[in-house]
Structures are given as structure tokens and as C-alpha cells.
Design a protein around this ligand. Structure first.
Ligand code: CMC
Length: 391
């Protein structure tokens, strides 16, 4: 390969320097800007975490109040965006709608192309954090055939999102506080995860100096893929397939024997080789949500599956532990979100990380347009025969 390194999927290459998120996969550590994820999940909220990710410091009271005010008053989308969303088929996948909706925002805010103007970056950050739940809720209601619900500026970020999703009659929908807090915590946990596939996509597309809406649309598209955002859906399908606690040992044996290439979904991680720190928080959260929603058969199977797997030599020797997705799907299902909607919830949260990483990339003087090289494996050269066919 000459002097060129070959590293498919960049498994062993750092593509950037970043001061945003730190992961120690062996020790099971995740920190945003130095703050342990456990502390943020317990004491902070999604808006504060979004600010922290972007700015590098926690906001003062004044900064937080102003940021919350701006986000609250930018939740509405242009009416033409609403019409645009109405144009999708009744059975459109919500992630396809979200990808297109975010890309469409670029045409509504043409000055966002001024990416080296800090005020433009400020407003784009506010707009994307504010409008993502609105677009996501429109996608949800479109598929259900329900009228869209406009944002309610009197509500918190999570309550407003749940109101746009679940409100059935005017004038108010009151989200259960346990559900609203659960959504907020899940948004914190999913807000960033260093150079994952979608963040890498946002950085790569953004490195062409396109506007941030287009770069984030690329991130949403990457997240749509089942290997990235779709794992919690797969966990629920697996729990359904198992069907009963008594079937778990046989299922584990089939996974271990590699039959049909099946894997224990929600287990294992490329980076974490111990318990995913987010999974611990999510498991506790799941208990709290199910106290309100009622214990489900899926949860009983999940708990027993985890217990058996964590004491099995196959999983111990390969350092396979539950990852964040093992329990998130159970929470979303308990809250009655459709399975194909889970990734949309992930996208709302990850917007904070995408925008922070996009801006860090732009301001990093060492960054250039993403343009990897390749190892050419094709035919070296040959001649084109003129008149071979009629063209
Ligand atoms: N169930 C059974 N065996 C597994 C699993 C699993 N979930 N994950 C890995 N293994 C085995 C694998 O068969 C291999 O065994 P052997 O050495 O005998 O060939 C060994 O463990 C190493 O596997 P790998 O494929 O080299 O590990 P990886 O780092 O490439 O894969 C992973 C990481 C997350 C893709 C994988 O663990 C997996 O497919 N897990 C299930 C899907 C899942 O839960 N994905 C969500 C990831 S977290 C969300 C996110 O951060 O985006």
C-alpha cells in the first residue's frame, strides 16, 4: 500500500481532535466536557447539557434563562414546512420525514450559509434544538392521521414535545412528570457520543462548508441506518421473539452457537468493554417508568436475559455487557411510542452533539475538507473500442 495507511471504517484512526466528549470504554466512563454522565443525568436537564456541549462550560443563570427563552420562542416552523410534511405518504417512515424536514429548513434560512458569522451559528443552534421536536412530532402525527399540534410555549422542552405528540383535545395536555423527566434524561444520555457514525457524517458533510441544516440532515440520515440508531428497535423484536422467560436459555444457546448469525441485541459495544454507563442509568429509569406504566412481559424477559447473560462464560470472556439500547426501547414502548419512532427520539437528542461537533470542526484550524484516500483495486488501464455498440 505504499506510504498510505489502510484503515477501513477508521477503526484505528482519530479523524479529529475534540474537547467535547470523553469515553473510556474499558472503565465504562462517559463525560461531557469533563462532567460525568451520571451527574448530568441526575442534576441537569437537556437544555443545559446542550449549552454545555456547545460552549464548553455550564451556563450562568442569565445565560440559561436567555437560552431557554430563545429555544422556547423558536419552536414554531414556517407553515410551508408544515405543508411540506403533509406531502408525505400516510405510511412514510418518520426518519425519512425528519431527514427531509431538516434539510428543507436550510432553504428557509439562507443566511445560515454564513458559517463564520457567530450570530448565524448561535441562531442556527437555537433553531435546530427548538424545531427538531416540532418536526419530529409532525412526523408522528402525520403517520397517525392526526392534526398537527402547535408548540405550547408555557411548557418545558420535554413537556412541550410530549404535548405535541399526545394532545388529543384542546386546550392542554399534561405530561406525567415521570414521563417528562424520563424523556429529558434520555435526551441527556443520547446528546453526544464522540465520533459515532452520524457525528462523523455531520463533520464530513460540514467540512465542505455547507450550512448547518444540511450537515445535520446528513447526521439524521446516518442515524436512520439499523446499525446505528436502530438497535433498540431490534431489542424489542428480540424480546418478542423470545416470548417467554422459559425460552431464554434456548435463545442464549442459539446466540452462542452463532445459529442464523443471531446476536444478543442490546449487548456489546465497539468502545465499551464493560457496562455501558448509560445503560445503568437507563435501567433505573426503566424501573421508574414501569412503576407508572405497569410492569410488562418484555421487561421481565429483559431482566432475566441480562441476569443469565452476565453470568455466562461466553459473554463474560468477550466483555459483552448491556449497552444503552438494551432498556431504552422498553421505556419508549411503555410510553406508547411506536417502534419505528425510537430513532426519531434519538435524533432530537443528538442534534445538540451534532451542532457542537460541527462548530468545533469549523473553528479548528487544522481541519480541512474531509477527503480520505483509497487503495485502488480495479483494472489498471485498458483501451476504449470505438463503435463497439451503437450509442
Ligand atoms: N451477542 C453475541 N455475541 C456478540 C455480541 C452480541 N451482542 N456482540 C459481539 N459478540 C461476539 C462476536 O460474535 C465476537 O465473537 P467471536 O470473538 O467468537 O467471533 C466477539 O463478541 C466480538 O464481536 P465484534 O463483532 O468484533 O465486536 P464489535 O466491537 O465489532 O461489535 C457491536 C460491536 C455493538 C456491533 C456488537 O456488539 C453487536 O452487534 N451488538 C448487538 C447490536 C447492538 O446492541 N448495537 C447497539 C450498539 S450501542 C448503540 C450505539 O452506541 O450506537
Amino acid at each position: 500500500f505504499g506510504i498510505m495507511g489502510y484503515d477501513p471504517a477508521f477503526m484505528n484512526t482519530a479523524s479529529c481532535r475534540s474537547a467535547i466528549t470523553f469515553i473510556d470504554g474499558d472503565k465504562g466512563i462517559l463525560r461531557y466536557r469533563g462532567f460525568p454522565i451520571e451527574q448530568l443525568a441526575e442534576h441537569s436537564n437537556f437544555l443545559e447539557v446542550a449549552w454545555l456541549l456547545r460552549k464548553g462550560e455550564l451556563p450562568t443563570q442569565k445565560e440559561y434563562d436567555e437560552f431557554q427563552h430563545h429555544v422556547t420562542y423558536h419552536t414554531y416552523v414556517h407553515e410551508n414546512i408544515k405543508r411540506f410534511m403533509e406531502g408525505f405518504r400516510y405510511d412514510a417512515h418518520p426518519m425519512a420525514m425528519l431527514t427531509a424536514g431538516v434539510a428543507a429548513l436550510s432553504s428557509f434560512y439562507p443566511t445560515s450559509k454564513e458559517i463564520y458569522d457567530e450570530r448565524e451559528r448561535d441562531i442556527a443552534f437555537i433553531r435546530l434544538i427548538a424545531k427538531m421536536p416540532t418536526l419530529a412530532a409532525f412526523a408522528y402525527r402525520h403517520v397517525k392521521g392526526l392534526p398537527y399540534v402547535y408548540p405550547d410555549n408555557a411548557l418545558s422542552y420535554a413537556e412541550n414535545f410530549l404535548s405535541m405528540i399526545a394532545r388529543m383535545s384542546e386546550p392542554k395536555y399534561e405530561a406525567h412528570p415521570v414521563y417528562a423527566r424520563a424523556i429529558d434524561i434520555l435526551f441527556i444520555l443520547h446528546a453526544d457520543h464522540e465520533q459515532n457514525c452520524s457525528t462523523n457524517a455531520v463533520r464530513a458533510v460540514g467540512s465542505s462548508h455547507v450550512d448547518p441544516y444540511s450537515a445535520v440532515a446528513a447526521g439524521v440520515a446516518a442515524l436512520y441506518g439499523p446499525l446505528h440508531g436502530g438497535a433498540n428497535e431490534a431489542v424489542l423484536r428480540m424480546l418478542e421473539e423470545i416470548g417467554d422467560v422459559k425460552n431464554i436459555p434456548a435463545f442464549i444457546e442459539s446466540v452462542k452457537s452463532g445459529k442464523g448469525g443471531s446476536r444478543l441485541m442490546g449487548f456489546g459495544h465497539r468502545v465499551y468493554k464493560s457496562y455501558d454507563p448509560r445503560a445503568k442509568i437507563v435501567k433505573k429509569l426503566c424501573d421508574e417508568v414501569l412503576k407508572v406504566a405497569g410492569m410488562t412481559k418484555d421487561m421481565e424477559i429483559a431482566l432475566e436475559l441480562e441476569r443469565i447473560a452476565l453470568s455466562d462464560e461466553y459473554f463474560i470472556s468477550r466483555k459483552l455487557y448491556p449497552n444503552v439500547d438494551f432498556y431504552t426501547g422498553l421505556i419508549y414502548r411503555a410510553m406508547h411510542f411506536p417502534t419505528d419512532y425510537f430513532t426519531v427520539l434519538f435524533a432530537i437528542a443528538r442534534t445538540a452533539g451534532w451542532m457542537s461537533q460541527w462548530e468545533e470542526m469549523l473553528l479548528d484550524k487544522e481541519q480541512k475538507i474531509a477527503r480520505p484516500r483509497q487503495i485502488y483495486t480495479g483494472i489498471e488501464t485498458r483501451d476504449y473500442a470505438a463503435n463497439r455498440i451503437n450509442l
